[in-house]
Design a protein around this ligand. Structure first.
Ligand code: NAD
Length: 179
């Protein structure tokens, strides 16, 4: 837990869509937790759900992250953020919605570009087994009846099962295929 008497609290910001939150995200967050006192986790594209790319709502993604990080000692703020039409104003939109932060952690090229342009420090965490720990790959496994459960933290699999997420994805796929 951060020591509030120190006055200045080092905060890192990690942004993602987390569709779904997986073990690659978890590994990055554990690494960040060693570097900063507090973590601002921003759930991007918060307005999107029930699509092939973004099957889960912001609320469901919040639940996944809180459950997965319940043992982390750092304070974590999990904040949903809607996209804006203009990339040029996205960083100021984000800043207006989250607590102050010192460093951004991202490997998303557009995110890195937009923060770097306004002089915010961006660190690129190492990728963990990107071939398997990938939202796209996990959503495909869900559709194909493959083993997606061992690619997400155990509590995340429980959240997805609780909301019958695999059936939702299959229904969205079927709906898209008939159009
Ligand atoms: P994501 O969930 O795909 O990834 C989140 C982070 O985890 C990324 O930095 C990614 O590189 C990293 N990651 C993924 N797999 C990993 C692995 N195996 N090991 C280690 N790290 C891994 O989310 P994303 O697409 O990067 O999210 C960016 C969000 O920012 C989106 O919601 C996007 O819409 C939003 N955004 C919006 C605007 C706008 O509204 N104009 C502009 C820029 C970005």
């Amino acid at each position: 837990m951060a020591n509030l008497t120190q006055g200045y609290i080092r905060r890192g910001l990690y942004i993602g869509r987390f569709q779904p939150y997986h073990l690659g995200h978890q590994a990055v967050l554990r690494k960040i937790s060693e570097e900063v006192a507090e973590i601002v986790i921003v759930i991007g594209s918060a307005q999107s759900s029930h699509t092939m790319e973004n099957p889960f709502t912001a609320g469901e993604r919040i639940a996944m992250i809180y459950e997965a990080l319940s043992d982390l000692r750092n304070r974590c703020y999990v904040i949903p953020l809607e996209d804006v039409q203009r990339n040029a104003v996205w960083v100021s939109h984000l800043i207006s919605m989250v607590p102050r932060f010192d460093t951004v952690y991202s490997n998303n090229l557009l995110v890195v570009q937009l923060f770097s342009e306004v002089g915010i420090v961006v660190r690129k965490p190492p990728m963990f087994r990107r071939d398997v720990y990938s939202g796209t790959a996990i959503r495909k496994l869900m559709l194909d009846g493959g083993n997606w459960r061992n690619l997400v933290p155990v509590p995340v699999a429980s959240v997805i099962e609780e909301i019958d997420g695999v059936t939702r994805l299959a229904n969205i796929f079927e709906e898209d295929s008939t159009q």
